[in-house]
Design a protein around this ligand. Structure first.
Ligand code: ADP
Length: 275
């Protein structure tokens, strides 16, 4: 009987523990949502003055107010842009953490997105003497259904780093089909650079939030330490995986997969448009 009572006690303890866990989980979810909404409101309040600073700095930058003064204006603009980037990164990170990031579904041209990213980064790459190009395998569908903004964000975070941490050589982007069925296609994106590389002990930490290679790197290259962690969250929440291999002084390869719904023109033209 004693044994039966102790088992019964254990079971009720487990039940109580389970209920406490459920309550704790609810509290965590609620506090994440509160944090997200606090950050959204704050970011709106901060964005307005930053935009005023940036707008007037841009106007001033167009005037010839003296070499030294123009340099000050350039520094104000660059600091303002960094602040805006940090704000957007923190907001995105918080949305991803509390599962509040909304992923949209639109027809997406993979080739078009890679081309736009190359066009965007070409001036920066050229100024450093880096070759930047992309290759899209023939079997990658012309159009898929996905979120173009979030896909672009993941690739630009990686490509931006690749260019930043590559003193000379090349940055190459590849896209290839991994598998497909009637409904979906899994595409792999690979970004290969011939840059400074990442040491073995730091490799496992690059996807962690606010992780940077070290004080020296931060001072030299700037950045928020959130880019790769946001990329990882986006990729994982879309059912994909992100990995990196690297060799110091040789370069790094970042790869990630993403699953897209197949684009079906007939289905789309039969769909009732949302009014
Ligand atoms: P950051 O804003 O500092 O670039 P990220 O999360 O994008 O933050 O990257 C984290 C760190 O990983 C960087 O500070 C850098 O040290 C390292 N890193 C990322 N990409 C590369 C790369 N292609 N080559 C060398 N180091 C890299």
């Amino acid at each position: 009987l004693e044994y039966a009572i102790s088992v019964f006690d254990d079971i009720s303890n487990i039940k109580q523990f389970e209920n406490e866990l459920i309550e704790a989980k609810k509290l965590v979810e609620e506090s994440l949502k509160l944090k997200e909404s606090f950050l959204s409101n704050m970011s709106h309040e901060i964005r307005t003055p930053i935009n005023a600073i940036l707008g007037f700095a841009e106007l001033l930058g167009k005037r010839d107010i003296g070499t030294e003064e123009n340099e000050y204006v350039r520094i104000i603009r660059s600091a303002g842009e960094n602040l805006l980037r940090l704000l957007n990164d923190i907001l995105d990170f918080s949305k991803l953490e509390s599962n509040m990031m909304v992923f949209e579904e639109h027809p997406v041209s993979i080739d078009g997105i890679l081309n736009s990213i190359c066009v965007l980064y070409l001036p920066k790459a050229k100024s450093k003497g880096i070759t930047l190009s992309y290759e899209c395998d023939n079997n990658v569908p012309e159009v898929v259904i996905g979120d173009p903004v979030r896909l672009t964000q993941v690739i630009t975070n990686i490509v931006g780093n690749a260019i930043k941490f590559t003193p000379k050589g090349s940055v190459l982007i590849f896209a290839k089909m991994i598998s497909s069925n009637e409904k979906t296609s899994i595409i792999e994106f690979r970004i290969k650079d011939s840059g400074i590389g990442i040491s073995k002990d730091k490799l496992s930490r690059v996807f962690k939030r606010f992780e940077q290679a070290g004080v020296e790197t931060t001072r030299l290259y700037g950045g928020t330490g959130l880019g790769l962690s946001i990329a990882k969250h986006i990729v994982q929440s879309q059912g994909g995986e992100i990995t990196v291999t690297s060799e110091l002084g040789v370069g790094s390869i970042f790869s990630f997969t993403m699953e897209f719904a197949n684009f079906n023109e007939a289905e789309l033209s039969n769909a009732t448009p949302i009014e």
